[in-house]
Write a protein that binds this ligand. Structure first.
Ligand SMILES: [Zn+2]
Length: 309
């Protein structure tokens, strides 16, 4: 699953290198013996940190609290991709990261897209869209991490690749991976039980990030803005969603934390329904939160909106 990329460059003997001071803390994990890992956005960063523990030094290419879809990379970040011991990313999600990985030679790469089968967004998501608009945002929905049952295969790939890089850590990585996998499995069971008996199975959300979650737990996601959170919904799409909210008696319109809730709030105000947060776990708005705390809050919010017992 992971790609081992042999460096094409031959390193000069250390003594011949000029002393270079980089202002970038932790730019190379080699100094202190830890594995230098770069993750492209938060859920993959979380997995690498949990599996690697104190044997790794994990940085993210997406700043904390930033929206990862359209991330742009500085030349310094591209250079760090080239020098990292391991890059963990999701091909097809962040074009700048895809380009940088293609153009550089990180020692090891884990592409999470090779660990899970990505799906196309549900057909109804593209009503009212022209053929060109459909082409623009690609064919596959990237948001697999919102289905916790899809995470253990990424955990295993990261653990296997870290073990190739740092064989002395094999036992640590295996134990950490087993513990993390168990947490994802428990979360999956909580979602399945918590969303089993609900008055409604349809939820409306600004950013259409919950297709995998909906698929896993037999819910129906209705998105306002599409798979890309920055996209402006068309008047036709807004009218469709309004009709659906009225027809199905939807109680709540969800918005997310990293992108302005204006469209969701305006729509909810017009329709006289509530708004609440459903977090796509693409970045941390609250530094004290983590994947599991946010996923738990999402479950509570869905159970409330759908009147689950
Ligand atoms: Zn997204």
């Amino acid at each position: 699953m992971s790609t081992l990329r042999r460096r094409l460059t031959v390193l000069a003997p250390l003594a011949a290198l000029p002393l270079v001071l980089t202002g970038c803390a932790g730019a190379s994990g080699a100094d202190d013996g830890t594995v230098d890992v770069l993750a492209s956005f938060y859920p993959l960063q979380f997995v690498a940190q949990q599996v690697g523990g104190d044997r790794v030094d994990v940085a993210s290419l997406t700043p904390p609290g930033a929206e990862p879809h359209d991330v742009e990379l500085s030349p310094a970040q591209v250079a760090r991709i080239d020098s990292a011991d391991l890059v963990v990313y999701l091909s097809g999600f962040q074009a700048a990261v895809d380009d940088a990985v293609d153009q550089t030679s990180p020692a090891h790469v884990v592409d999470a897209a090779s660990d899970t089968t990505l799906m196309a967004p549900a057909e109804e998501d593209h009503e009212g869209e022209t053929e060109e608009e459909h082409e623009e945002h690609g064919d596959l929905d990237p948001h697999f991490w919102l289905d916790p049952s899809r995470m253990p295969s990424v955990v295993q790939d990261v653990a296997d690749t870290l073990t190739e890089i740092d064989p002395d850590g094999a036992d640590t990585f295996a134990a950490n991976a087993a513990a993390l996998t168990q947490r994802f499995e428990e979360l999956d069971a909580q979602y399945a039980a918590g969303l089993e008996q609900c008055d409604s199975r349809t939820f409306v959300t600004s950013h259409e990030a919950f297709g995998y979650l909906a698929d896993r737990y037999d819910l129906r996601q209705v998105g306002i803005s599409g798979v890309d959170p920055e996209a402006e919904p068309s008047p036709a799409r807004l009218a469709e969603v309004e009709q659906l909210v009225r027809d199905e008696g939807v109680s709540t319109i969800f918005f997310e934390t990293l992108v302005s809730p204006k469209v969701a709030e305006t729509l909810a105000g017009d329709l006289g329904v509530q708004t609440a947060v459903l977090d796509p776990i693409e970045g941390l708005a609250d530094p004290d939160a983590d994947y599991f705390s946010i996923a738990g809050a999402n479950l509570d919010a869905l159970r409330m909106a759908l009147s689950c017992s």
